[in-house]
Design a protein around this ligand. Structure first.
Ligand code: B12
Ligand code: SF4
Length: 576
């Protein structure tokens, strides 16, 4: 059974400008397939190699696989659908499968617009895909597809069928990734000029931010044994020459005990001399771990990207972010004092954005003084809660542009080109200031090198016109505002997904958050209350701040025992 995995050639000039990034999904799926006895696995990274459709067609024809699997985040969906069609054209006997977040929730639409897709794998892929491959191999897929859990497909009568969800893999260490499937010399992180990897420590998130869907995707929060993760990192460093990694996790720090053990293990094995790393995490975890930040830095943690999200408390509440502006500012200061590079993420471009609120985010960024700042365009994932709340305010359904850099929403107070221009104005002012007055003068040699490396990546993407997709939309500065064309594909604009259909598609997709959402609705919030109490306890103990956190649920500040208990207390439905 020959399996070919393909990463589609989609680019949009956001985070990817820092280099070429290895697709972690391929390593995790391949490792699991191989452990399950399927060793004839191949991979084509069309994104990194910028392969056009014909080049991928040639590779498929050359490899003659039995199964072709594509991944798709929302903006890459049309590319993925197109490549699966090509696989069928090369050989109609090829079984085509789509995995990743978009198909997980949007499978009714995907199967309708791309009926050549034989199966959509929903959610966590390893076990479902292995079962699927086995079913194709033993012929049961052709006989009775509905025996495979966690998939969706077009039924014989033309209706879309989704089988019951596969339980999330509780022991993530059972998944042994095969990193050797990747061509490592291609994956270079520009700021440090070294190979980069994206290993997974934890999956899932106990929070329920309204603009995000990662918590729904993984359904349950699970975390690996720190020693096993460090074994994996040691393998990446020693056998694949990796010098930098980011954790793929939504929330690597929430399980404090394990995160500390992870850092200690890296230090004990002398790895920080060979590999540095970065994470995305929550502001509240940084505050909780104030005293540990120097140890994290010693373990090689050099870059923390914080979902500070918005300069206005109102927005934070709308996002259900469960953090405060004051917390954001303090977290950045603490990280900076520990020698860690900080990156603040702002989400802009909702319908109520104005020139003033955009200016406010700039002033906030200057005031908080992170090393880097990002202004991401709000992107209404059709399977997120905020999307439902926005209703018909979302008018654009060309998912290819759902990429954090294209203004999908039109603010009431300005047009999309003006929004882009104002965001660019924020970037220009912020980074001009940093490049003249901060980066070259950094006293810490490593921070200086790192920040100058980031600047190099920015300049490279600016020069190549790939930053923020500016070349494609024709933005050359304020003077070009009137000529900017976001190229929304008209035929996709009117295809508004029906919320009822989305709800029906999600039926049976049970997550650990059900009780939390229910509790929030009733203003009960006992998880949030426990977290609040813990914040209160920490803040009283530290006597360091007069600000009380307004809300934080999901265990961000739970003690180790509380965190263990909360995680062990998943609703049984989470495991279906
Ligand atoms: C690392 C990362 C990147 C890397 C990409 C590395 C790479 N080549 O894959 C970089 C920095 C380049 C990047 C860029 C972007 N990213 Co990104 N990224 C992530 C991040 C942090 C981790 C992804 C990851 O590796 N996870 C670990 C793996 C194991 O999980 P996974 O990919 O979901 O795969 C599992 C399942 O989905 C499934 N599966 C996946 N594919 C397949 C295929 C088959 C056949 C099967 C059977 C199963 C299967 O099985 C896997 C194992 O369980 C996520 C957020 C997060 N915490 O997950 C955002 C995330 C995926 N990114 C996102 C976005 C929007 C982008 C950008 C558009 C933003 C931008 N403009 O820069 C670009 C697009 C780049 C591109 N061309 O694809 C969004 C996607 C949301 C959505 N609904 O589509 C996410 C979820 C972040 C978010 N805040 O919402 N990203
Ligand atoms: S903290 Fe919020 S934004 Fe981050 S992964 Fe969790 S739900 Fe998403």
């Amino acid at each position: 059974m020959r399996i070919l995995l393909i990463h589609p050639n989609y680019h949009s000039g956001g985070a990817e400008i820092a280099g070429n990034w290895p697709p972690a999904w391929v390593a995790y799926l391949t490792g699991y397939l191989k452990a399950g006895g399927y060793t004839d696995v191949h991979f084509v990274d069309a994104m990194t190699h910028h392969l056009d459709d014909e080049a991928v067609r040639a590779r498929i024809a050359e490899l003659q696989p039995d199964i072709v699997g594509l991944t798709a985040i929302t903006p890459a969906i049309y590319k993925a659908e197109g490549l699966l069609k090509i696989a069928k054209e090369v050989n109609p006997a090829i079984v085509t499968v789509l995995g990743g977040i978009h198909g997980t929730f949007m499978y009714p639409q995907v199967l309708k617009e791309a009926p050549w897709i034989d199966a959509v794998v929903r959610g966590e892929g390893e076990q479902v895909f292995l079962n699927f491959v086995r079913a194709v191999d033993d012929g049961s897929w052709a006989r009775d597809r509905s025996t495979v859990l966690g998939v969706a497909f077009n039924g014989a009568d033309g209706t879309v069928v989704a089988t019951a969800a596969e339980p999330p893999i509780q022991d993530l260490d059972r998944i042994k990734p095969d990193w050797s499937i990747l061509e490592w010399d291609k994956y270079i992180y520009i700021p440090l000029g070294v190979r980069v990897a994206i290993p997974n420590f934890a999956r899932g998130c106990p929070f329920t931010c309204t603009f995000c869907s990662q918590w729904k995707f993984w359904r349950d929060y699970r975390i690996r044994e720190p020693k096993a993760v460090v074994d994996e990192i040691e393998d990446l460093v020693n056998n694949h020459g990796v010098g930098f990694f980011i954790l793929a996790d939504e929330e690597p720090t929430i399980h404090r005990k394990k995160f500390i053990a992870f850092c200690e293990e890296l230090i004990a094995r002398g790895l920080p001399a060979k590999v540095q790393w970065g994470i995305n995490t929550r502001v509240t975890d940084i505050l909780r771990d104030e005293k540990l930040l120097p140890m994290f830095r010693q373990a090689g943690l050099v870059h923390v990207s914080l979902g500070t999200e918005a300069a206005a408390q109102l927005k934070l509440e709308r996002f259900n972010k469960e953090t405060t502006i004051e917390q954001n500012k303090k977290a950045i200061r603490l990280l900076r004092e520990a020698g860690i590079v900080t990156e603040a993420q702002f989400i802009v471009g909702l319908e109520n954005e104005t020139a003033e609120t955009l200016e406010e985010t700039y002033q906030m960024a200057r005031d908080w003084n992170p090393d880097m700042a990002n202004w991401a365009m709000y992107t209404p994932w059709p399977f997120s809660d905020l999307f439902q709340e926005l209703g018909d305010k979302v008018e654009v359904f060309d998912f290819e542009k759902y990429n954090f850099v294209t203004p999908i929403m039109k603010p009431d107070a300005m047009d999309r080109a003006e929004l882009l221009d104002r965001v660019m104005n924020n970037y220009r002012r912020f980074f001009m200031n940093k490049s003249f007055f901060q980066y070259p003068w950094e006293k810490d040699k490593f921070r200086r090198k790192y920040l100058m490396g980031c600047l190099k990546a920015f300049l490279k993407s600016g020069f190549e016109r790939t930053f923020y997709d500016l070349g494609r939309v024709g933005y050359w500065g304020p003077q070009s505002k009137k000529k900017v064309d976001f190229q929304f594909a008209d035929q996709r604009v009117h295809e508004r997904p029906d919320p009822a259909a989305i709800a029906a598609a999600d039926e049976g997709w049970v997550t650990m958050h059900g009780p939390k959402i229910e509790m929030r609705r009733k203003k009960g919030e006992d998880i949030a209350a426990a977290a609040l109490a813990a914040i209160g306890a920490i803040e009283t103990a530290q006597a360091s701040s007069s600000t009380s956190a307004s809300a934080c649920g999901g265990g961000g500040q739970l003690s180790d025992d509380e965190a263990d208990a909360a995680l062990a207390h998943r609703p049984s439905a989470a495991a279906d």
